[in-house]
Design a binder for this molecule. Structure first.
Ligand SMILES: Cc1cc2nc3c(=O)[nH]c(=O)nc-3n(C[C@H](O)[C@H](O)[C@H](O)COP(=O)(O)O)c2cc1C
Length: 294
């Protein structure tokens, strides 16, 4: 035993210092060619487990990290070309087959989503999965109701002033310039023939929320959502990130209660998914808004 954080097998440790080199908190030092916890830095350990992950002789363990958390990595399974081809194949899919997403598939997506990085471990993001068609219909009704109220508020100067004051100038601008028009059209279509322009009748929906006191909780949730999206695509599903749902669930007390979202959590984003009705045959080229080198 070498220090409180790490357990070193002195027989198998080859003393190469890899563990000390990768530790982002400098909480490991080499003492007589063997790793040891730097006691005064031990509190800074974020339990990232990188020291264990890089050890070539599996000589390191940490009492605070269960050995079951680790499993062997295969050599990189694909290169840039294959990965880029995969990325190019992803589009936002809004037309789905009438086929549910199997529970095993959802579980695989969640397992992959949990590999997303976070500000500091552990994850701050929680996920609500809606894969019951009845529940989706219920949520659709709630979305329509909520956006009806917002459209009404925006139709009067006093309503706009209240929204501007309560939501702030930036959010007000987004609502006024984008959201209200989309919602107006979505609600008209819903009333005309039941068209779902919020979730596009996707068989499954994931809603991502997180404790607002967690470090980088917003970025974390978006990364988890993004990982879930790519995992879903790798499993043959089509997906679309939906921005219109999170603010409604976040604001509506009854929905928060229904989905078990604690008061100190913020609902951040959502992802619809299902088996795509159509196969995409062409990728589209896109450029970033700007790139500068210095
Ligand atoms: C943060 C975010 C919010 C989005 N919200 C919606 C939405 O509410 N409804 C929708 O149909 N698509 C939504 N999208 C999907 C975008 O419209 C789509 O990604 C974009 O048009 C690019 O198309 P592509 O994903 O097929 O390449 C959203 C995407 C992002 C990243």
């Amino acid at each position: 035993m070498n220090g409180s954080l790490h357990i070193v097998d002195m027989e198998t440790c080859n003393g190469d210092g890899t563990c000390a080199d990768v530790c982002p908190e400098n909480a490991i030092e080499m003492v007589s060619s063997k790793p040891a916890t730097v006691e005064e830095r031990a509190d800074g350990c974020i339990l990232c487990g990188q020291c264990i992950a890089v050890c070539p002789t599996e000589a390191l363990a940490m009492p605070d990290l269960d050995a079951d958390n680790f499993s062997k990595l295969a050599p990189r399974p694909f290169g840039y070309d294959e990965f880029f081809e995969f990325l190019r194949s992803r589009r936002s899919v809004r037309t789905f087959k009438d086929r549910p997403v199997e529970r095993e598939v959802i579980d695989k997506i969640l397992t992959a989503a949990a590999t997303a990085p976070m500000g500091v471990p552990p994850h701050t993001t929680e996920v609500v999965v809606i894969n019951d068609p009845e529940e989706r219909r219920f949520l659709l009704d709630e979305l329509v109701k909520h956006y009806d109220q917002m459209i009404r508020a925006f139709s009067k100067p006093i309503g706009r002033a209240i929204v501007r004051l309560s939501a702030g100038a930036e959010t007000y601008g987004v609502l006024k310039n984008h959201v209200i028009d989309i919602a107006r059209e979505a609600n008209e279509l819903y009333r005309r023939d039941g068209t779902d322009r919020y979730m596009y009748q996707a068989p499954a929906l994931m809603i991502f929320h997180a404790n607002r006191w967690g470090m980088s909780y917003q970025e974390n949730a978006h990364l988890v959502c993004h990982h879930a999206m790519l995992a879903a695509v790798s499993l043959g599903l089509g997906t679309t990130i939906i921005g219109m749902i999170a603010p409604v669930v976040d604001r509506e007390k009854s929905l928060r209660t229904r989905y078990g979202i604690p008061d100190d959590h913020r609902v951040l984003t959502s992802l619809i998914m299902g088996y795509p009705k159509y196969r995409y045959r062409q990728g589209i080229h896109r450029d970033l808004a700007g790139v500068t080198f210095h």
